[in-house]
Design a protein around this ligand. Structure first.
Ligand SMILES: Nc1ncnc2c1ncn2[C@@H]1O[C@H](COP(=O)(O)OP(=O)(O)OP(=O)(O)O)[C@@H](O)[C@H]1O
Ligand SMILES: [Mg+2]
Length: 365
């Protein structure tokens, strides 16, 4: 039984209902009685555990006395995934920028971090927001892990499951505890909220250096361990980190339309001196070079791998099922990348030679 008992006998909603309810599964409990407002998020527990939502202590009492029947809450997981598959934006909306798009596609395939740099208006923010739309679809187990973090912070808003890869873009004024988690009673930060998705640090140089420094270890280990007197907590944090910055402090270093007021030497010193560990090139194997996100390339027509891959996916159901699954296992990112999307759920398909190389180089180790 979980819940917060109000003085008037109501059972109020709690944070962390899903991770708590999940504990019932390995213990082979028949069911969990919890606040009605948490019953939807807990309904994904499965494993034969009945999720019973009640509104008051009286209802709980009557249920246990056999005087009231409480119908177990269920949720339609497949429709939750189907509804979530639609994004407001799409990677195929980006015009031109072939090299930048290619770099992001390869990075998305392997789950690599990316640092984009370019003049103002070159589309870095726009590209970053569209990255979740080319990541492999989130699997059920990944969705449960991500949903647990959101449940702990009470951010589910009645949803049963976070069925898309999260995209978190914290403002540069965020503190280190807000980013990686912390506080007197440790709470997950933005990094954990982006678990299995994208953490986007726009205007990277504006973030405080100590805030970027604390990202270093969690990015390497894909988790954060916070120790307090009361105990030690570990939060999951497997993210694709995307950074965006202008090429120089004035922003116009590679802009053909404007003159930059900084010397090349001073600009070279900016990233390492000012940005700290999170901006180190070895943590961002795919840098989208300045020349790639500006100028003539902007509107250059070219072959769009994302559009091509979706066209291929649309054609796939017409083929025989056996042939489609054979094709999928030999060509999908899943086989080469390190993420583990659900079978046949990859949004992006591309030649296996490229993807194998990307997959093996794995994250920013
Ligand atoms: N290749 C593109 N295709 C479609 N729209 C684009 C492209 N490049 C830029 N835009 C549009 O131009 C505007 C500016 O883009 P965006 O804000 O992403 O630039 P930015 O590189 O983040 O600039 P800043 O450094 O000022 O933050 C947006 O409305 C974006 O949609
Ligand atoms: Mg921007």
């Amino acid at each position: 039984m979980l819940g917060e008992l109000a003085l008037d006998g109501r059972i109020k909603g709690i944070r962390g209902a899903l991770p708590t309810a999940l504990l019932a599964r390995p213990r082979r409990y028949a069911g969990v009685v919890l606040p009605r407002e948490n019953s939807t998020e807990a309904s994904v527990v499965g494993g034969g555990v009945a999720v019973l939502g009640v509104e008051s202590l009286r209802q709980a009492y009557e249920f246990f006395e056999g005087l009231r029947e409480v119908v177990p809450t269920t949720s339609d997981i497949s429709s939750a995934f189907g509804a979530a598959a639609d994004h407001d934006v799409d990677f195929s909306e980006v015009r031109g920028r072939e090299q930048a798009k290619r770099a992001l596609e390869v990075a998305a395939a392997g789950g690599h971090n990316v640092l984009m740099s370019g003049p103002p208006g070159s589309g870095q923010t726009m590209l970053a927001k569209r990255i979740p739309t080319i990541l492999p679809a989130i699997t059920f187990d990944e969705a449960i892990e991500t949903t647990k973090v959101h449940s702990v912070l009470g951010l589910l808003d009645g949803r049963a499951l976070i069925a898309t890869r999260p995209f978190r873009a914290p403002h540069h004024t965020i503190c280190d505890a807000g980013l990686i988690g912390g506080g007197p009673v440790p709470r997950p930060g933005e990094l954990s909220l982006a678990h299995h998705g994208v953490l986007f640090l726009d205007e990277l140089p504006e973030f405080r250096k100590n805030v970027l420094e604390v990202l270093r270890q969690p990015l390497e280990h894909a988790k954060i361990t916070i120790s307090r007197v009361m105990g030690t907590l570990t939060f999951t944090a497997s993210v694709m980190l995307i950074g965006a910055m202008n090429s120089c402090p004035c922003g116009f270093y590679t802009d053909p339309q404007h003159e930059c007021s900084w010397s090349p030497l001073a600009i070279q010193r900016v990233p390492l001196a000012h940005f700290g560990a999170a901006a180190r090139p070895d943590r961002h194997p795919y840098r989208s070079a300045d020349s790639e996100v500006q100028g003539a390339d902007r509107l250059k027509p070219g072959r769009d791998l994302v559009v091509d891959s979706r066209a291929r996916q649309r054609r796939a159901p017409a083929r025989s099922k056996a042939r489609a699954s054979a094709c999928s296992s030999s060509r999908s990112i899943v086989s080469a990348g390190t993420r583990a999307p659900s079978p046949g759920s990859s949004n992006l398909r591309a030649p296996s030679s490229t993807l194998t190389a990307a997959g093996r180089s794995r994250r920013t180790t």
